[in-house]
Structures are given as structure tokens and as C-alpha cells.
Design a protein around this ligand. Structure first.
Ligand code: HEM
Length: 457
């Protein structure tokens, strides 16, 4: 057995608690002490090599996909999203399922979603009243959930559709603090003692969501899914090499994965974007000015090409990683990475945060500076908000389009004040990192902001 690099020496149970409570501060402390590659030993979960070194990441991302397993390393997510989720698959099955799910999230299909995203944003934003206080993350979740439900199910109305929305929100809110998130990491808490206990309640909500998804799948079967173009229909029409369709359990787990991964993450990033542009009014003004240049009623795809809007979204994604580390990669055979030898079955975890806050890549990393993306091109191992290699986020193109269009549509329509007095911190929310408190905002005015006013800003 070869030695793992820079093992953190505190007791494993303490490392696990610190990892659950504040994975960012923990990583930063370890990096200061041990450098940008070090090994955590999390009680009950084994050793994890954390990597904040672009050279090491470049080597990982460029290896053949068969060199690592990531699905079986996502074991913690199994009770939530099920064994058939793309996130838990490896090898041929992972490759096949990714190929199947990829097309609806890329290329021409995105154009058809663009108009929808703007309409949904306008419709939800029109309900925000002057004087009203909003939690940005919650408001953005309303929009992103609507977007993903329409794209995945192709539905925007109906009883089932109305039922699933509050259930998904309620379910994801069950782990909205570091304390409640421990439910996902500590197996001894995962006992179903009835609906009044945290795990029991979680399982009950999950069953309700499963029932609704199952009912939708059955209805589609009787309707003839081949008539629709949404993602559920596509999955139902797909056949493997033996001509077999996906089972109901497979369909259900993939649907749940897309619904969850596709709305929480985007809502969190949008909340951070609102936070930063309202903290820096000069950035908001520049954005509004850029938008005005496109004239009345601009084409959404033109909006998505705006360079400053793009830089603002990129900088938001840099500063606020949505997960503390990428999916773990388990080496399938012994290998050397960045000069260090690793045995087979070693778990490597690339850290988005440690890379995105490197002074040598991002000078003054704690400052929000969209301009840095005009000054330098970053490689895939220097800028990795959506991960990399064969596990790169399936929804990265949709997520970026959505961020830009929601932001542009909302700031053209509504004026806000930031209601936060103190800097907002990253806080664990289940498997994700979100703004603590969600970012409080106050609506000042609602109605299209006259161009003349923007010109004077
Ligand atoms: C701003 C929003 C988002 C961010 C920052 C984000 C980030 C990520 C990251 C970091 C990973 C892990 C990649 C790795 O380990 O290399 C991931 C995986 C994934 N994401 Fe996203 N994501 C976002 C939105 C979405 C959306 C909109 C969808 C789909 C509707 C989606 C679906 C997925 C799926 C299915 C995977 C697993 C891929 C696999 O295992 O092959 N994500 N995402």
C-alpha cells in the first residue's frame, strides 16, 4: 500500500463533523497547513484525497473515462435519488444513459427553452410587489423549478404538476442547514421511525413524489409518449441494444435526478448573482446599459450572447461553487497523478473552491470582478464550476442560459435593494452550498424600467 499525501491528523469523527458543518473553512484550513493536495479521513467514509491543484485536475479530466468510477463513490446520494440515477452509474451504463439524456440539454433545443425561460421569469416577477421582502433563493427556486418541470415533463398545468412543485420544495428544504444536512451523512440517523421523525418524513415525501412520477409515466404510456418532445417522452421511447425500454424504476430515478439537480443548483447561483450585482450597483448599471443597447423586446439568444452579462455569470460561478468538491473519482488501477503514486481504489476529490480561489489564477479572489474573464482565458482545470471529464454537468449549457435570461429579464423589470447588512456566507444545504439565509432583498419598483432612466444612471 502506498502512502496517501498529507494526511490530516485530527480524529476522523472530528473531521466528519467539520466537513458536514463547514466544508469550505475546513478545506481552506487544511490547504494552509498541508498545501493544495491533502487527505481527509472522514469517519465511516474512508480516506479522500482533496485536490486543489490544476495540474492534477488536468491529468484526471484527460484520462480515459474507464480509469475512474464516480457513480459508486456517490453512494451517499443513493437513498435520495435511487440506484438508477445517472449520478450513481458507472461504465457502459453511465455512458449509454448520458448519451440518451444529453441532446435535449444542448444545441438547437436550447433555443426553444429560451423563450420559455423569459416568459416564466416575467410571469413570476410580475407578482413581486413594491415594498415586498423576498428571499432571493426561494424566489429563484420558483422560477427554476417551473423551467425544469416544463423541460423535463413538457407540462405547465394540471393537478399532478401542481402537487409535485410544493413536494419537491418541501423535500429539498428538509436539509437546509448544516445540522439538518447531517441526516444525509450519518447513517445511524437514517432510520424510518414514522413520519414524525426527520428520516421518516423524508422517506414519506419521497414516496409521495415517486407516486406522482409513477402516475405520470403510466399516463404517458396510455397516451403514446412518442407524440411529445420532452425529456420524459424521449426516455420512454429509448431502447437499449437488446431492444429493451427503461424500466419504471429507471425512469423514475432519472426524472428525480434531473428535477433535483436541475433546479436547486441554478436557483442558488441566481441568488448569488442577485446578491453581487446589488452589492455593486456599478455592475448592475453596466448590465442594464448593455441590455438597453439591444433595443425593445430583444431576442433571448442575443441576450445570452451579451459579453458583460456572460462575465457576471462566470464570476458568480467562480466565487460560489454549488458543491464543496466534485464527484469523488475512484481509481480503478494504480496510477501516478501530478507526480504522486496512487493505488487502485483511491478516492480523489477535485475541489472547485480551492482552484477558484487561487491567487495565482484569480488575483484578489475574494473580490467580485467580472472583468477578469475579459483579461484571461481559463483552461478546463483552472475554471470548473460544472466539473469535468466524463462526469461534467449534464445541464451546464441550460444552466448558463437560464442564469443569463432570468437575470436579464428580472433586472429589466424590477428594481431591488439588498436587505443584507453583513456579508452573506456560503453554508451547507444538503449536498450543496447555498447563501446562508438565502439573500434578503426588497422590491423597490416593478414595471419595465424606462430606457431614458437607464441612460441617466
Ligand atoms: C448553475 C447550475 C449548475 C451547476 C453549478 C452544476 C454543477 C454540477 C457539478 C459540479 C457536477 C459534478 C461534475 C463532476 O463531478 O465533474 C454536476 C453534475 C450533474 N449535473 Fe449539474 N449543475 C448545474 C445545473 C444542472 C442542471 C440544470 C441539470 C439538469 C437539468 C444538471 C444535471 C446534472 C447531472 C445529471 C449531473 C451528473 C452527471 C454525471 O454523473 O454524468 N445540473 N453538476
Amino acid at each position: 500500500m502506498s502512502q496517501l499525501p498529507n494526511c490530516v491528523t485530527s480524529p476522523p469523527w472530528w473531521q466528519l463533523i467539520t466537513w458536514i458543518a463547514d466544508p469550505i473553512k475546513f478545506q481552506v484550513r487544511c490547504q494552509k497547513k498541508y498545501g493544495d493536495i491533502f487527505t481527509l479521513c472522514l469517519s465511516g467514509m474512508g480516506p479522500y484525497v482533496i485536490m486543489g491543484n490544476p495540474q492534477a485536475l488536468q491529468e484526471i479530466f484527460s484520462q480515459d473515462a474507464r480509469c475512474f468510477d464516480a457513480g459508486r463513490a456517490n453512494e451517499l446520494a443513493r437513498p435520495l435519488i435511487g440506484s438508477n440515477s445517472l449520478m450513481l452509474l458507472d461504465g457502459d451504463r453511465h455512458r449509454r444513459e448520458r448519451k440518451l439524456l444529453m441532446p435535449p440539454f444542448h444545441g438547437d433545443r436550447l433555443q426553444t427553452y429560451a423563450q420559455k425561460i423569459c416568459q416564466i421569469t416575467q410571469q413570476i416577477a410580475s407578482q413581486w410587489q413594491p415594498g415586498q421582502s423576498l428571499i432571493a433563493r426561494t424566489a429563484m427556486q420558483q422560477i427554476s423549478l417551473e423551467v425544469i418541470l416544463q423541460i423535463v415533463f413538457g407540462l405547465s398545468e394540471g393537478e399532478r404538476y401542481q402537487q409535485i412543485k410544493p413536494l419537491l420544495i418541501d423535500w429539498s428544504n428538509m436539509t437546509d442547514s448544516p445540522l439538518s444536512s447531517s441526516l444525509l451523512f450519518l447513517r445511524f440517523l437514517q432510520k424510518d421511525w414514522g413520519p414524525w421523525t426527520p428520516w421518516g418524513k423524508m422517506k414519506q415525501r419521497q414516496q409521495q413524489i415517486h407516486n406522482l412520477l409513477q402516475a405520470e409515466i403510466e399516463e404517458r404510456r396510455t397516451m403514446g409518449a412518442e407524440l411529445s418532445t420532452d425529456i420524459l417522452s424521449l426516455m420512454m421511447a429509448a431502447r437499449d441494444e437488446n431492444g429493451q425500454p427503461m424500466s419504471d424504476e429507471e425512469l423514475r430515478d432519472e426524472l428525480l435526478t434531473l428535477l433535483l439537480a436541475g433546479h436547486e443548483t441554478t436557483a442558488i447561483l441566481l441568488a448569488w448573482a442577485f446578491y453581487e450585482i446589488h452589492k455593486h450597483p456599478e455592475i448592475l448599471k453596466k448590465l442594464q446599459w448593455e441590455l438597453v443597447q439591444l433595443g425593445d423586446d430583444p431576442n433571448p439568444m442575443e441576450v445570452a450572447q451579451l459579453p458583460y452579462l456572460n462575465a457576471v455569470c462566470q464570476e458568480t460561478l467562480r466565487m460560489y461553487p454549488v458543491i464543496p468538491v466534485l464527484f469523488p473519482r475512484i481509481t480503478k488501477s494504480a496510477m501516478t497523478i501530478a507526480g504522486q503514486f496512487y493505488d487502485a481504489e483511491t478516492t480523489l476529490m477535485p475541489s472547485i473552491y480551492l482552484v477558484h480561489y487561487r491567487e495565482d489564477l484569480y488575483p484578489a479572489p475574494h473580490q467580485f470582478q467580472p472583468e477578469r474573464f475579459f483579461e484571461r482565458q481559463y483552461s478546463a482545470s483552472e475554471y470548473l464550476p460544472f466539473g469535468g471529464g466524463n462526469r461534467r454537468c449534464l445541464g451546464y449549457a441550460l444552466a448558463q442560459l437560464e442564469m443569463k435570461l432570468v437575470l436579464a429579464t428580472a433586472i429589466a423589470q424590477v428594481q431591488f435593494n439588498l436587505a443584507e447588512k453583513q456579508p452573506v456566507q456560503l453554508q451547507r444545504r444538503g449536498f450543496t452550498l447555498a447563501p446562508a439565509g438565502g439573500v434578503r432583498m426588497k422590491v423597490i419598483e416593478n414595471g419595465l424600467i424606462p430606457k431614458k432612466e437607464i441612460a441617466l444612471l
